[in-house]
Design a protein around this ligand. Structure first.
Ligand SMILES: Cc1cc2nc3c(=O)[nH]c(=O)nc-3n(C[C@H](O)[C@H](O)[C@H](O)COP(=O)(O)OP(=O)(O)OC[C@H]3O[C@@H](n4cnc5c(N)ncnc54)[C@H](O)[C@@H]3O)c2cc1C
Length: 444
């Protein structure tokens, strides 16, 4: 039996805690929030299959959804583009309901949860992470699972030689405002109920307006800090264009940040593993991270179980990183490359992509369904090359799409060089190449 600390009640960390406590380990979750107060007052969509993958039960209260998304271009002369329904069945679940359900599963298996424990840093002895420091005390353990979110104080205070921490760069994070508004009685719902507004230049951001049975869910995303005046102005436009949307904020009204970039290049160190938003495990085009985190929790727990001597060194934990990248990380990287495209494009170019059918609704559906790899693999680079041919008469768009083809090619070489066996020097070299690649394609 090993002593394992989960730093922060992030979804992936709690899923790992469920599995590890079930296997007899002494697991303690340290969480800064009060009991019952974790998570934003909002509902999230998460792929149902992630729960099967992790072999954990669904919460009691949820709705099953298959969203039909409509992209509304800024140019009103263009038709909105509705993409086919999501292939995978998803659940719409209250965030507090979900995290409390996962925590209950963990405590039922014997894990302990210490609430109101603000973690300040890791404890490092020699070259190993040996525990965590909170505002009140130091806690030692055999392994720290870091599920403290995108701004984890554990990850960001790791020594540089571990090469795990990476400073957040421009466009790695989206700043969000989420609010749920009342519906005006008697005013019919719009024809399309899940609208994504491509309002601004891609480097600025986007918004969505989702019409639910009893409320209107608004999410405003910006790649830079958002001012309240800007939110008010966007909400004003939404009200004017959507007569069914009332002005009463009935839930949330909160600001938060979501990572939308490639995963960390190195997730593990001696006595340490990063998971969830802490390791930037989100779908870069959507910011959804719950399903990835839940799956990663299972992968990590399997790897820890396989380490029968309980060394939890970087070498043994590398198996977690290997399986994560193979199953989730590399496809996510390709989406991060595609997301990067947004920052190079003007509104007019986005309109051209839609208006001239250069990108079809079926292709967007594949990307949104996490099937980008299927799109690229069926014809290799032919797909992107075909697109380049379609934009022959539009030199700027041609240049942008040619870049995407080149980025995908360069990334394929990096993926092929992923160290399958643990060797510290090889891993650090690979990590540098991976980070340099993503730095090199980032727009100014
Ligand atoms: C507005 C918004 C909408 C989203 N919608 C979706 C969606 O629909 N579907 C989806 O899949 N994903 C969605 N996401 C993303 C999703 O929230 C994350 O990807 C997912 O929660 C995984 O993150 P996490 O659990 O690892 O980290 P987090 O959710 O950030 O959890 C980290 C935990 O660590 C705790 N913590 C942080 N610092 C400390 C500290 N110093 N000491 C102790 N505890 C600490 C926090 O209190 C928190 O409980 C959304 C995010 C936002 C902001």
């Amino acid at each position: 039996m090993s002593k394992i600390i989960v730093a922060g009640a992030g979804h992936g960390g709690v899923v790992a805690a469920i599995k590890l406590a079930e296997n007899g380990h002494d697991v303690t979750i340290f969480e800064k929030s009060k009991e019952g107060a974790i998570g934003l007052p909002q509902s999230d969509v998460a792929e149902k299959s992630a729960f099967d993958y992790a072999e954990i039960s669904l919460p009691e209260e949820y709705e099953t959804v298959r969203n039909v998304i409509t992209f509304v271009p800024q140019d009103k002369a263009l038709e909105p583009l509705t993409i086919p329904a999501m292939e995978a069945e998803s659940i719409l679940v209250d965030r507090k309901v979900l995290i409390n359900h996962l925590l209950k599963l963990a405590t039922d298996k014997g894990a302990k949860v210490v609430y109101e424990a603000e973690i300040i840093s890791p404890i490092i002895l020699g070259n190993r992470v040996c525990g965590i420091r909170t505002a009140d005390a130091d806690y030692y353990c055999d392994l720290v699972i870091d599920a403290c979110g995108a701004f984890s104080p554990v990850r960001s205070n790791l020594p540089e030689y571990m090469c795990v921490n990476r400073e957040i760069q421009k466009y790695d994070i989206i700043n969000t405002y989420r609010g749920y508004f009342n519906k005006i009685p008697g005013v019919p719902d719009p024809e399309t109920t899940y609208n994504i507004y491509l309002r601004d230049n891609g480097s600025v951001g986007f918004s969505w307006l989702v019409t639910e049975k009893k409320q209107v869910d608004v999410l405003i995303c910006r790649f830079r800090e958002i001012e309240e005046t800007e939110i008010l102005s966007i909400l004003q436009t939404m009200h004017e264009e959507n007569p069914h949307m009332g002005r009463d904020l009935i839930k949330c009204g909160k600001y938060a940040k979501i990572p939308v970039c490639q995963p960390l290049s190195i997730l593990v160190a001696e006595g340490y593993a990063a998971i969830g938003d802490c390791a930037f495990m989100t779908v870069p085009l959507k910011g959804s991270g719950i399903a990835y985190s839940i799956k990663a929790g299972r992968i990590l727990a399997d790897c820890i179980e396989a380490d029968s001597n309980g060394y939890y060194n970087a070498k043994n934990l590398w198996e977690y990183e290997k399986r994560f990248f193979k199953e989730i990380g590399f496809p996510a990287c390709r989406m991060a490359i595609l997301k990067n495209l947004l920052h190079y494009m003007t509104v007019e170019q986005v309109n051209d992509l839609f208006g001239q059918n250069i990108v079809t609704s079926e292709e967007i559906a594949k990307v949104m369904n996490d099937k980008l790899d299927a799109l690229l693999n069926t014809k290799g680079f032919a797909t992107v090359k075909d697109k380049v041919r379609l934009v022959r008469d539009n030199p700027l768009l041609k240049e942008i799409l040619t870049n995407v083809a080149m980025w995908m090619g360069r990334f394929a070489v990096i993926e092929a060089g992923f160290p399958s066996k643990y060797d510290e020097d090889d891993i650090k070299k690979w990590s540098s190449k991976y980070n340099e690649f993503f730095d090199s394609i980032r727009a100014e």
